[in-house]
Write a new protein. Structure first.
Length: 473
């Protein structure tokens, strides 16, 4: 392991210049947070400005660290101590593994506190996060837990009819319990409550809006079309898909033998994005719903709850991310309905559907953004640039369009994303860019310096971004 690869701003890493024996909470909160989320490394002997200081008595400090973790953490997380020499100085690395017995509490000063990672900080878990940790530590999932609703009070006609339509088999009474929708006492599980025709889970809704322009405030008429849907998850999926397809226009061209269609948004990518938003959302987050926002140039599907393990997507191979299901009962039912696969290859399917389209470019590939409480999928309108060229006239011909496409291909992935965000909102902040793209603020600041056609006019909140389209790169 190269220690310098860790030093910097990262969610899975923390550092301490020295071991604070009298203030163990200052570093044990990181141990708690790593164990409660997705693991990480705590390095002793590195200052806040990333300078390597080293430890005078690393061996002695290691013994204190080990004993303090065992005495002040409840339960004791899995960890590994190691030593690293750098610039003639000795460091201690405490590698903390993701725990199965969450929540992992810090115990001291009359306190019992569970911490979680938020960005590159360790913060106390809020009530919702704590409840999620308790559920995870019990070896259960939210959707498998019993609800307060009785099976006999609910109807499942939509689930039955779609199951019959897609599988050719009838949904038997015994299937409700074997699929995990009803417990042995006749109570619906949370999955059962979410799949009932008139779902009693109030925040299980979809807000759908077709906006006028490139942002939510682009003109005199903000929204062209909007709908709010509630009910069971099967109905929500069908209604949400119908809304998107209603605004999914198709360009086409004729060949000598047939007609080739070019939809704004590939249907398989849309279906995967929508079903993932409904099935993998965090239903413990009350007061938030799935949102579908369609703009002229893109479709955004927002879902409450980030990656199951709380990790970021920055720098990861999106086509080879291992599947982790937040709601395995719901995922199993939708798999039986043949609306998703058990092995969870949604990211890969969405990207491959765009790969398959004839006029896809690197700049138009889908974007996945994950934070602790939020997940956002952006699907770009594959016909938008053509419509824009048509509106401006065809005087410059196809050659210029090809040149523009080549130039767009050469842009860095960050440059393309940053410019798209600025075009949608010229007052977007660097923090908002970082959040939406899924990188650190430092990364955004570094990449902005490379974009010569982008400048900030004015100062503070009164200023705005401007793009100089005449600047040749």
């Amino acid at each position: 392991m190269n220690i310098r690869d860790l030093i910097g701003e990262a969610t899975e890493y923390d550092k301490k210049q020295s071991l604070e024996v009298k203030k163990p909470k200052s570093w044990l909160k990181s141990i708690s947070a790593f164990a409660n989320t997705f693991g990480g490394k705590l390095i002793f002997g590195v200052s806040d400005d990333d300078a390597v200081i080293g430890l005078e008595n690393a061996r002695g400090d290691a013994e204190i660290i080990s004993e303090t973790i065992k005495n002040r953490m409840n339960p004791i997380p899995k960890f590994k101590l190691s030593f690293e020499a750098m610039d003639g100085k000795e460091l201690i690395i405490v590698e903390v593994m993701t725990g199965d017995e969450t929540p992992y509490y810090y115990s001291g000063e009359g306190q019992l506190v569970a911490f979680v990672r938020l960005g590159n900080e360790s913060v106390p878990a809020n009530p919702m996060q704590l409840r999620e940790l308790v559920i995870r530590g019990s070896g259960q999932s939210y959707d498998s837990l019993p609800s307060r609703f009785k099976f006999e009070d609910m109807a499942f006609t939509k689930l039955r009819s779609v199951y019959k339509q897609r599988t050719g088999k009838s949904f038997e009474e015994t299937d409700f319990e074997s699929f995990g929708l009803v417990d042995h006492n006749g109570n619906l599980t949370n999955a059962g409550a979410l799949l009932a025709d008139e779902s009693p889970v109030r925040h299980s809704r979809i807000f759908c809006t077709r906006w006028n322009g490139l942002s939510k405030a682009s003109g005199l008429m903000d929204a062209i079309d909007d709908e709010e849907y509630s009910g069971g998850l099967v109905s929500l999926y069908q209604d949400g898909l119908s809304f998107i397809m209603r605004h999914n226009r198709k360009a086409w061209r004729k060949t000598p033998t047939h007609r080739i269609e070019y939809p704004d948004y590939p249907q398989r990518a849309v279906m995967e994005g929508l079903v993932n938003a409904l099935i993998h959302r965090d239903y413990l987050i009350v007061g938030s719903e799935v949102h579908i926002d369609i703009f002229d140039d893109r479709l955004e599907i927002y879902s409450p709850g980030g990656m199951v393990d709380g990790s970021s997507l920055e720098g990861r191979d999106l086509r080879n991310i291992s599947s982790q299901r937040r709601n395995p009962v719901l995922a199993d039912v939708f798999s039986r309905l043949q609306l998703m696969e058990r092995r969870g290859s949604g990211f890969k399917k969405i990207l491959e559907d765009y790969d398959f389209q004839e006029h896809t470019t690197a700049a138009l590939m889908p974007i996945f953004m994950a934070e602790h409480k939020d997940f956002l999928l952006i699907l770009y309108n594959l016909n938008y640039s053509e419509e824009k060229n048509d509106a401006q006239g065809d005087a410059q011909g196809d050659a210029q369009g090809d040149a523009q496409g080549d130039a767009q291909e050469k842009k860095s992935k960050y440059e393309t994303k940053i410019l798209k965000l600025v075009k949608a909102d010229n007052k977007v902040t660097r923090e908002e860019m970082a959040q939406k793209i899924g990188v650190s603020k430092k990364t955004i600041e570094r990449e902005i310096k490379k974009i010569t056609q982008l400048s900030y006019v004015g100062r503070g909140y009164s200023g705005h971004w401007e793009i100089n389209m005449n600047d040749e790169r």
